[in-house]
Design a protein around this ligand. Structure first.
Ligand code: LLP
Length: 424
């Protein structure tokens, strides 16, 4: 049968009039497991990882999946088995990675607000590197390491003051952002860190933002980081690795980010030209590994045509898919079984009692109550950001592998949502 893949998502395709993920009919999953339901393609995740692996063939590179994008245990397990390390930002993420079988030595710990308890635990299990984000944190980490009788491996996260040209909430490499250490201060702070007995300087790190769809911010940031590497090493502080962070965008709605291997071909050419091509590299991709590997299935509850707007009320909401409400993000919404005939314009909204609870605005769809829809590009920053607002249990998650279906998270019940509470 002819398959018609969706743009940017080769593992999600219409076969005839029915939407499939790999070899599984999505309507069957909606029927069996209910909606809202997240469904991921294993092959899509591995293909996305493959693009990075191809890009790094013959190089010393460690891919550390930024697990905040999707931290479900089975997803972490899949990436751990494929050889990935992990970029974590909390003690909770550390425990999750370990529960999923991640290798402690391949963990890097980012984030501007690490607590002493988090540092202690990370030191005890022997993580690979702390990406330190402030002068104050350097001194605290030194103290904690000395108190635990260890030496903390560190990179300093540089803020290169480069515009990632993305949404302001997810741009992190500008002077006005809370992240990293100002470019101009970096050398002095490396000198300070290198003299501290509880620290072991191992690298340099930078991450300039997320959903980056152009090459130029990466190339600019790389130049700035390499200038610093040169200055730091000239001051007698060797750097074992260079970490370029994550941030590569995906195609949500006709976006055209570079492919991971094409982007890295350019970045590696720059590294080679400047004599750093054989240096140990690290990267921290999140969204680009999982975003277009997942969909969220939802059912149309009610159609509510109106004078100014037609509302299509579905059973998924901003607690399941927070990105439209938070960033006015666009996710494509498509029917599992398109109907022939004329479409109308609908705002697709959830049941939550907030006007911000919308999933898509002004969408042309031919809809009836009871129809099932797929919200696309839902593999990253959806389930990991989901909440229980309005006492809605979080959705179930499925990982598809060919024609195999794995329930990787059961649906939360109402009782699950209040199990840790007590009455007076
Ligand atoms: N490394 C660090 C230090 C980060 O802060 C992030 C993301 C990443 C790596 C991974 O970036 P990625 O490859 O996924 O772009 N919730 C927002 C995105 C927040 C990104 C935060 N940091 C969204 O839904 O668009």
């Amino acid at each position: 049968m002819n398959a018609k893949a969706l743009p940017g998502q080769p593992h999600i395709a219409y076969r005839g009039n029915e939407l499939f993920i790999e070899d599984v009919r999505l309507a069957d999953l909606a029927r069996q497991y209910g909606t809202p339901l997240f469904v991921y393609s294993r092959a899509a995740m591995l293909a996305a990882l493959g693009a990075y692996q191809r890009g790094f063939a013959g190089r010393k590179a460690q891919i550390c999946y930024a697990m905040k994008a999707n931290s479900s245990l089975a997803v972490l397990q899949l990436f751990a088995r494929a050889g990935c390390g992990f970029d974590i930002v909390s003690g909770g993420e550390l425990d999750r990675v370990l529960a999923a079988g991640g290798d402690a030595s391949k963990i890097i710990f980012s984030g501007v607000g690490k607590t002493r308890a988090e540092m202690r635990r990370a030191l005890q299990i022997g993580i690979g590197c702390f990406n330190v984000e402030s002068e104050a944190e350097i001194d605290v980490l030194n103290e904690v390491a000395l108190a635990t009788g260890t030496r903390a491996p560190i990179s300093i996260r540089v803020n290169p003051n480069v515009d990632a040209k993305t949404h302001p909430y997810i741009s992190t490499g500008l002077k006005g952002n809370k992240f990293g250490i100002a470019h101009e201060r970096t050398l002095a702070i490396y000198q300070h860190a290198a003299a501290l007995p509880g620290l072991h300087v191992v690298g340099i790190d930078c991450h300039i933002g997320s959903q980056i769809t152009q090459e130029s911010p990466y190339l600019d940031a790389m130049d700035r980081v390499l200038d610093l590497v040169q200055a730091i090493e000239s001051a007698g502080i060797p750097l074992h690795h260079i970490d370029f962070g994550g941030g590569l965008g995906i195609d949500y709605n006709g976006d055209t980010p570079p492919a991971a291997d094409a982007l890295w071909a350019k970045l590696l050419a720059k590294l080679d030209a400047r004599g750093y091509g054989q240096r140990q590299l690290m990267i921290e991709p999140g969204r680009s590994l999982v975003g277009n590997a997942g969909v969220c299935l939802t059912e149309v509850l009610y159609l509510k045509p109106g004078e100014q707007k037609n509302f299509c009320i579905v059973d998924a909401a901003m607690n399941d898919l927070p990105r439209p409400a938070m960033y006015e993000a666009y996710h494509q919404i498509v029917p599992l079984a398109p109907r022939p005939g004329a479409a109308s314009t609908w705002d697709v909204v959830g049941p939550i009692c907030e006007s911000g609870d919308w999933l898509g605005r002004d969408r042309n769809l031919n809809l009836h109550a009871g129809d099932q829809l797929a919200v696309l590009s839902a593999g990253a920053y959806c389930m990991s950001m989901a909440s229980n607002y309005n006492t809605r249990g979080r959705a179930a998650e499925i990982l598809v592998d060919g024609d195999q279906v794995h329930l990787i998270r059961r649906r939360e019940t109402a009782a699950d949502t209040f199990q840790h509470e007590s009455l007076l």
